[in-house]
Design a protein around this ligand. Sequence first.
Ligand code: NAD
Length: 281
Amino acid sequence: MSATVMDGKALAAKVKSEVRCKVESLSKKPGLAVILVGDDPASRVYVNGKKRDCAECGIYSEEYALPAEISQEELLDLIDVLNGREDIDGILVQLPLPKHLDERQVLLAIRPDKDVDCFHPFNVGQLMIGEDGFLPCTPAGVMRMLDEYSIDPAGKHCVIVGRSNIVGKPQAMLMLRKNATVTVCHTKTADLKAECLRADILVAAAGRAGLITGDMLKEGAMVVDVAINRNEQGRLCGDVVYEAAVERASFITPVPGGVGPMTRAMLMENTLYAAKLHGKW
Ligand code: NAD
């Protein structure tokens, strides 16, 4: 068997063009403020990508590139100002923050109705109890991709490798919402291979290149590789050994070009949704 490769890049382009269509129909444009603290090169790349996405979707964006030494108080003051601005619907603080800043306090300061990353405990709680609200971008991108390929998680066994607050845990919640039976694995899981072999849908989000080998996959499994790692040759890769997995899986996401572009597209959807919360449509 050779798997169908799920094209995240193409689907992300489609999602963004849908967002653009909606934005063009609005008299007041959605606005996103992106805050970058320090000069981490990877964060700079991500922020540039988000700005480009906004431009593509017709969303107004503002960037705050702040020095690494900024104080907690100054950062909170900026968030306070952005919280009060009507033209700004979403506020995103690019993580990680420099060590002297209290990340939790910063994320708590963002008004929940402007929390387009869905990191605020209020929104995480809404997700947990199944209420409408923001969806975390990466797990939501995964669900959208499954939907596009007519993969219904209902009744399937979904195994998620990774239990972080931004990927593994919210992914488990979204899979439960779609009636999958969910197993979440982590570094203390006793037999990762045995767990993975039970997966109809495997979501890999450990951040360990080569962790999921072909012999850990059930024949015909649907494999979603969230991770973004660099292999020994310095190339981008996921957690799954792609060449082996593509022969066993029924569907697979590539890295790059799979979940990554979908994450960015979901941020645009969330910004549009924030504009809805603010009465712009
Ligand atoms: P994290 O380091 O916060 O969490 C990793 C999780 O994997 C932990 O819960 C840990 O217990 C588990 N884990 C690590 N090694 C393991 C092992 N050997 N066996 C079993 N479990 C193991 O990372 P994160 O922020 O959740 O990100 C995970 C990966 O996804 C990273 O590669 C990151 O770059 C990538 N990522 C991609 C996107 C995207 O848009 N595609 C978005 C966010 C994160």
